[in-house]
Design a protein around this ligand. Structure first.
Ligand code: ADP
Length: 379
């Protein structure tokens, strides 16, 4: 074993605008001697984290994302992925304190705005110093590491039919259940990644150009992100959670809410290859009182999802065009349990680029910043 390695426990943390992501490295229990050296406090922390999948009222472990056989600093072990709302950082610190964390002299590598905002609280409550990392550096490092460790990490949504999606696009409404059900998930070989565009859809959105492992720049972004979707959905439908908003969107229809090309032209706008079913004006029907009276909560949720997703898709596409890059990788927790947005993005990328652009997705969606922090233990 590496005696210069920093003491356990090893955590990486990303305290974002909405969610805090915590990645925990559980060392493998193969070495009896090392295990005996483990203090009671460490043992308790390890057991508590790995034997539960819910912590307090709002903490969750994404068991399906767990990664076994990961090597960091010559130690083999398992990565565990945990999240809780950033509004609960106080409760998290109390819990950590009650598990004896304050007794361990330790540093946590952390990123996200909360690493600054809550720095004092970490010292006061659990005697932990936050070693802060830039969130975009951490994000890229995390993506590259996880992708290299997990052959299934990167995937795309492929149209079921033989002919490419852009050829039959105009006879199939892009937002209909029928069109979206025609997509299947397929693994993508990301072993030659560069250059690629990385679109991180969190509370807000950042668009990065990545040309090498240590070479990235932020080229664009938008404040209309996952936080906007959830905020508007709560306002418009009275829903109370992301899961509820997505469930509503899944059974809604955006066409009573949005004004489509055919609502204006009576059909396609053929000259500019604009299909009749394309949204011409998001929420454009909602100016009329009788239309407002006729829409359901589910329709409003669906229209909000389509609006936010397509706007992000079009910004991503313009960036790809501008940078002359054909791979666009989407990550961030807005895509968590959200195949609808992934399919919409896949469709929009292929359609508007006539098949030249590929939308790619990553299994560990929102956890890359936290993984990037954990990798500091590797140096
Ligand atoms: P941030 O670092 O800004 O918190 P994330 O990548 O964690 O960003 O994504 C946050 C977004 O993910 C939210 O705005 C929301 O759209 C979506 N989301 C997914 N799961 C949840 C959840 N359990 N609670 C709140 N938002 C969620």
């Amino acid at each position: 074993p590496d005696n210069s390695a920093p003491p356990m426990p090893w955590f990486g943390m990303d305290i974002g605008g909405t969610l805090t992501k915590l990645v925990y490295f559980e060392p493998r229990e193969s070495n009896r001697r090392e295990l005996d050296k483990e203090t009671e406090v460490l043992k308790n922390i390890r057991r508590y984290l790995t034997r539960n999948s819910a912590y307090g009222n709002t903490g969750r472990r994404d068991v399906h994302l767990q990664m076994d056989n990961v090597t960091i600093r010559n130690r083999r072990g398992t990565l565990h992925f945990i999240r809780f709302p950033s509004s609960e950082v106080g409760a998290f610190l109390q819990l950590a304190r009650s598990k004896g964390m304050a007794a361990l002299v330790n540093t946590i590598y952390a990123t996200g705005g909360g690493a600054y905002k809550f720095e004092e609280d970490f010292i006061k409550e659990v005697n932990m110093r936050l070693d802060k990392l830039d969130e975009l550096d951490a994000l890229i490092a995390g993506v590259l590491f996880v992708e290299a460790m997990n052959p299934q990490e990167c995937y795309y949504w492929a149209p079921l039919e033989e002919h490419p999606v852009h050829e039959h696009a105009s006879d199939t409404p892009p937002y209909s259940e029928q069109a979206l059900s025609m997509y299947v998930r397929k693994p993508y070989d990301f072993s030659n990644p560069y250059p690629f565009i990385l679109v991180n859809i969190g509370s807000g959105v950042s668009v990065l150009v990545v040309t090498g492992p240590d070479d990235c720049r932020r080229v664009s972004g938008t404040s209309l992100g996952g936080g906007t979707f959830l905020g508007l959905c709560c306002l418009l439908t009275g829903c109370a959670s992301f899961e509820e908003a997505l469930a509503l969107a899944a059974r809604g229809d955006n066409t009573p809410v949005d004004k489509l090309v055919r609502d204006i032209y009576g059909g396609d706008y053929a000259r500019f290859r604009l299909p009749g079913d394309l949204v011409a004006s998001s929420f454009g029907h909602m100016c009329a009182a009788e239309r407002r009276a006729a829409v359901s909560r589910a329709d409003l949720a669906r229209a909000t999802l389509v609006t936010i997703t397509n706007n992000i898709g079009s910004i991503a596409r313009l960036c790809a065009l501008n940078e002359n890059i054909d791979k666009v990788v989407f990550c961030g927790n807005f895509l968590r349990v959200n195949p609808l947005s992934m399919k919409l993005l896949s469709y929009a990328m292929a359609y508007w680029s006539r098949g030249a652009l590929k939308a790619l997705f990553l299994q560990h969606e929102g956890y890359f910043g936290a993984v990037g922090c954990l990798l500091q233990f590797d140096d």
